[in-house]
Design a binder for this molecule. Structure first.
Ligand code: DNO
Length: 356
């Protein structure tokens, strides 16, 4: 595996490449062109500039999170052809520029969903949290106001104001889209893009739906082992793979994370590893990465990744906000650096215990 950190670019991130460079064991960043909208073709010059900036700081681009999918593709409207062509052109340009991992998601309307971005924990840190009763009591438009107003002035990816201004129209677009239709549209999209992925050796890594169940009545399909294996089989190409995100699949305690990892051998192209703490079956908050701070056994998760020979990029995921830092919720420097060091430590111990 290669330890990486997600970086939102010098215009949008409070964390600098110079800081990332000083986290032990981190040589790669996961980034994107944050000025682009879903469906747009990425300019070659912009891709080059992004790579050059990262390389000038002594790091490299280990993958893209995300090249977002236009809603026409998810809904399956006739204009999807144009957006798929655009996506293929972007992949071609990324491949030519030497990028081989692209994370994306197939969630309708919203990307990840949380009800609080700064819940206070006993140690004074603040974390993202989810409470089902709060979701059930809120209108989707209001949800956006909460997320937008609570984000320390940063634009949360997936919750861009331009997009959320059209939230009602987006819901309307998905009116006739059920899980089967969403699966079919995903299959169609993947079949169209696999040739370019084969040509440039690009690993597509679908991110799970977070939380791993339907929110606001919208269909969600990347939620459990059964569905993800169905997806692997329906387009059975090694470039059709997943982002294994422990914090997203783990929102459903019925998902056995190490078992899921083992069943996806060879198809995990990217890993997001974080811990959650369940306060009740319908309320959880994000914890420090350390096993004892949350509900997951992080050793078992890393061990499963080690056992399947995972060799892609991995990143610590959402961190707590600690030590007075002001940053995008979940994406401060300090707790993610602690997370990277801890995950690296687990990996070293697992590796040595296997090989000595
Ligand atoms: C949340 C992230 C997601 C992820 C996208 C991938 O913090 O893990 O927003 O980047 O779903 O497309």
């Amino acid at each position: 595996m290669e330890m990486t950190i997600r970086w939102f670019g010098s215009k949008s991130d409070s964390v600098t490449l110079e800081q990332i460079r000083q986290i032990p064991g981190v040589k790669g960043v996961i980034t994107t062109l944050y000025d682009t909208s879903p469906g747009e073709v990425w300019a070659e010059a912009d891709i080059r500039a992004m790579i050059d900036e990262v390389e000038t700081a002594g790091l490299h681009v280990a993958g893209i999170e995300s090249v977002n999918i236009h809603d026409a593709i998810k809904v399956g409207t006739p204009d999807r052809e144009q957006y798929i062509d655009n996506y293929i052109t972007t992949l071609e340009r990324l491949g030519k520029a030497g990028i081989h991992m692209v994370c994306y998601n197939f969630m309708p309307v919203f990307d990840w969903t949380r009800t609080e971005l700064a819940r206070k924990r006993a140690d004074g840190s603040t974390v993202l949290a989810y409470n089902q009763a709060a979701v059930d009591a809120i209108q989707p438009e209001k949800m956006f106001e909460t997320i937008g107003g609570d984000s320390n002035g940063f634009v949360m990816p997936g919750w861009e104001p331009e997009r959320m201004a059209h939230v009602k129209e987006l819901f309307e677009m998905y009116r006739d889209v059920d899980e089967e239709k969403l699966f079919a549209n995903l299959k169609y999209f993947l079949e169209c893009i696999m040739p370019v992925c084969d040509q440039y050796d690009i690993n597509m890594a679908i991110h799970p739906d977070d939380p791993a169940w339907s929110v606001f009545g919208l269909p969600r399909i990347i939620v459990n082992k059964e569905n993800i294996l169905r997806m692997m089989k329906m387009v059975d190409n090694p470039h059709n793979g997943v982002t294994f995100c422990s914090g997203s699949y783990g929102t459903n305690p019925e998902n056995d994370l190490p078992d899921m990892i083992r069943s996806l051998k060879g198809r995990i192209h990217f890993a997001h590893v974080r811990n959650l703490k369940f306060n009740s079956p319908t309320d959880f908050e994000e914890a420090a990465h350390l096993s004892s701070d949350g509900s997951f056994d992080m050793y078992e998760i890393m061990k499963a990744l080690y056992d399947i020979g995972f060799d892609g990029p991995i990143r610590p995921d959402h961190g707590r906000m600690i030590w007075g830092e002001t940053a995008m919720p979940g994406y401060g420097l300090y707790d993610r650096a602690l997370g990277a060091a801890y995950l690296n430590g687990l990996w070293e111990a697992i590796e040595k215990s296997q090989t000595r």
